[in-house]
Design a protein around this ligand. Structure first.
Ligand code: AP5
Length: 250
């Protein structure tokens, strides 16, 4: 009897391992005890918004885009929107204090209790440090989406977005099923004011100066940063993102 048990022991261990791994798969956040935050890093046009929308559905966590929050404020003509307008039009960053107040107010809402997906935040070392202070009892990872500048300009100048739900499409690579209409909610598709070639070039310059240093910042934190090649087909990039999340979720 003892011998049979010893022979089967490795099989039992292996079976238990796969059972636990399946049980804790990332698309079932109900079973994850600590809040889990995914930080999507990457230059403008790298695919942060595209993948954040899908990750949000798959993980059941809210997608928090600081760019979308500012655009929402602009649409509603709020004081915050007015403050951000001039910076956004020129492709510059909105000052840290404005961003931090807005972001922390949003993530303190009930729907963020189990975690959230950050798209476009942090964008400066000061923002990353402020975020770290808020993530004391939270598991978090940063995923850096990599695409070269030439491809980014092509992507952004051909992007069209839904006015209602913010889903991005691409005129050539990811066109909507029906022209001018969002596949997800039927909303109107439009081109962002800051998606002209001149503004995109400025946004890229700002990215390299102020946001790219975050890659090194997160690389210096143990087991936080992963890099993903975001030049391939959307589904392949998404599967690679999910693999990283699955490996990091506890
Ligand atoms: P924000 O809205 O965050 O813009 P961004 O960072 O410049 O990023 P984008 O939205 O342009 O790109 P993305 O990576 O989401 O790409 P997407 O998925 O759409 O910020 C706007 C402004 O707000 C800033 O300039 C700043 O002024 C202000 N702001 C925001 N946050 C701030 C902060 N924290 N601090 C200070 N200021 C802040 O993809 C792009 C295109 O490519 C789409 O057409 C998409 O369909 C296509 N695409 C994506 N993936 C693929 C693929 N795999 N294959 C083919 N096409 C693809």
């Amino acid at each position: 009897m003892k011998r049979i048990f010893i022979i089967f022991l490795p099989l039992i261990v292996l079976f238990s391992y796969f059972l636990i791994k399946t049980y804790f798969k990332a698309d079932d956040m109900e079973k994850v005890e600590k809040p889990f935050v995914v930080i999507l890093l990457g230059p403008p046009g790298a695919g942060k918004g595209t993948h954040a929308v899908e990750l949000s559905k798959k993980l059941g966590l809210p997608h928090i885009s600081t760019g979308d929050l500012f655009r929402e404020n602009l649409k509603n003509n709020t004081q915050l929107g007015q403050k951000a307008k001039a910076y956004m039009e020129k492709g510059n960053l909105v000052p840290d204090d404005v961003v931090l107040d807005m972001l922390f107010a949003r993530v303190s809402k009930e729907d963020c209790k189990k975690g959230y997906i950050l798209d476009g935040f942090p964008r400066t070392i000061a923002q990353a440090k402020a975020l770290k202070g808020k993530l004391k009892d939270v598991d978090y990872i940063a995923i850096n989406l990599q695409v070269e500048d030439e491809k980014l300009i092509e992507r952004i100048t051909n992007r069209i977005m839904c006015r209602s739900c913010g889903t991005p499409f691409h005129k050539i690579f990811l066109p909507p099923k029906e022209e001018g209409k969002c596949d997800k909610c039927g909303g109107e598709l439009y081109q962002r004011d800051d998606d002209t070639e001149a503004v995109v070039k400025e946004r890229l310059k700002v990215y390299h100066d102020q946001t790219e240093p975050l890659i090194e910042y997160y690389a210096n934190e143990e087991k936080v940063l992963s890099n993903v090649d975001s030049r391939g087909a959307k589904d392949i990039v998404f599967n690679n993102l999910m693999d990283i999340i699955d490996k990091n979720i506890r």
